[in-house]
Design a protein around this ligand. Structure first.
Ligand SMILES: Cc1ncc(C[n+]2csc(CCOP(=O)(O)OP(=O)(O)O)c2C)c(N)n1
Ligand code: SF4
Length: 342
């Protein structure tokens, strides 16, 4: 006789912890927290199998506010801890929560290696283009010229584009959304949750205290239709209030804005989005389209299949154990190239 265990039906409330939320009023972090709590019950995964691991920053307080397992870890090191956990416990769904400072300043190295290895982790990068927790210093994503507490005359640094870094490291899933774009953010988070491999979601997050309005172009209703292109797999890149503008590749394979119907330009001339392209060139090109120089793409840039690090490591351990038997740490330390220092 077979018995099947019915999973309890979960709601967003089941994922809310009893901790007082300590973000500033109207911070974009609230919306991201709310949307994550909304999508988790749709995944049909027992609550006990979710783990949220963060680094340090305002955004990294996230695990306190989730009624799941979690860890508020070390600055920039969440990818390393999450990788260890995922390899040891592949049955868990492990989420990494990080900020632009946490992931791209002190944690830039770890971030890149998590992605190139394709560890099966879901990553939310809260990009507010500033250090929030430490009260308003510039970050690696702050635009050139940005005046902050640590750049009083304007930043001279060339900023990083997180999705370009990720796609450069051959990310198998890379997406972007905006904190207050609730439906779109839920869609992207759900796609990430269901992706096998490192799934990076960059979320434009308003730090209304130290960098207010940085993403108005992508969050205000009247502005976003003109400034953002919502990517859809297999569909042409069209945007604008009247959906009369599109993106075409010019003779130098560079994206350019064209007006539909003008000079004989039709939908067939436009660039069609293909998130499944193995070659990352096109996804990288899209990631380099940045407002205000160009309309900015939103959505899933890339979603491809590749073996995951955790699967590969566990497969290798299984094969070697079958061949040589279970290992012994003591033996490992005292065999081979060892010597005594006297
Ligand atoms: C080893 C170490 N270096 C520096 C700091 C100081 N520090 C704390 S959070 C932070 C940056 C946070 O920025 P971000 O990741 O963008 O997160 P936000 O607060 O904006 O959400 C820094 C530099 C620290 N806590 N530990
Ligand atoms: S400082 Fe900025 S990022 Fe941090 S909680 Fe306040 S509004 Fe949010």
């Amino acid at each position: 006789m077979s018995t099947s265990i019915e999973l309890p039906v979960l709601t967003p409330k089941d994922f809310a912890s009893d901790q007082e939320v300590r973000w500033c009023p109207r911070c974009g972090d609230y919306s991201i927290l709310a949307q994550v709590k909304k999508i988790l019950p749709t995944l049909n995964i027992p609550k006990e199998e979710f783990v949220f691991i963060s680094g340090i920053g305002c955004s990294s307080r996230f695990p306190y506010y989730m009624n799941t397992y979690g860890m508020h870890s070390i600055h920039g090191r969440a990818p390393a801890i999450a990788t260890g956990l995922k390899v040891a416990r592949p049955d868990l769904q492990v989420w990494v929560i990080t900020g632009d400072g946490d992931s791209l300043s002190i944690g830039g190295n770890h971030f890149m290696h998590m992605i190139r290895r394709n560890v099966n982790l879901k990553v939310i990068l809260f990009n507010n283009q500033i250090y929030g927790l430490t009260k308003g210093q510039y970050s690696p994503t702050s635009p050139q010229g940005k005046r902050t507490k640590s750049t009083p005359y304007g930043s001279v640094d060339a900023p990083l584009t997180p999705l370009s870094v990720a796609i450069g490291a051959r990310a198998t899933f890379a997406a972007r959304s905006v904190d207050v774009d609730i439906k779109h953010l839920c869609y992207v988070l759900e796609r990430a949750a269901n992706h096998k491999g490192t799934a990076l979601v960059e979320v434009y997050q308003d730090c209304n205290v130290f960098n207010s309005g940085a993403f108005d172009f992508a969050s205000k209703k009247d502005q976003k239709v003109e400034n953002c292109i919502y990517l859809e797999h297999g569909k042409p890149l069209i945007f604008g209030k009247d959906r009369d503008k599109g993106i075409r590749l010019n003779h130098f394979s560079q994206p350019e804005v064209v007006e539909l119907g003008k000079g004989g330009v039709s939908e067939d001339d436009l660039l069609f989005h293909d998130e499944k392209q193995e070659n990352p060139t096109l996804a990288f090109l899209l990631s380099q389209m940045r407002y205000p120089d160009s309309p900015e793409p939103m959505g899933v840039f890339r979603a491809i299949d590749r073996p995951t690090y955790d699967d590969e490591v566990n497969e290798q351990v299984k094969d070697v154990t079958e061949k040589y038997g279970p290992g012994n740490l003591e033996d490992l330390f005292s065999t081979g190239d060892t010597w005594t220092v006297e």
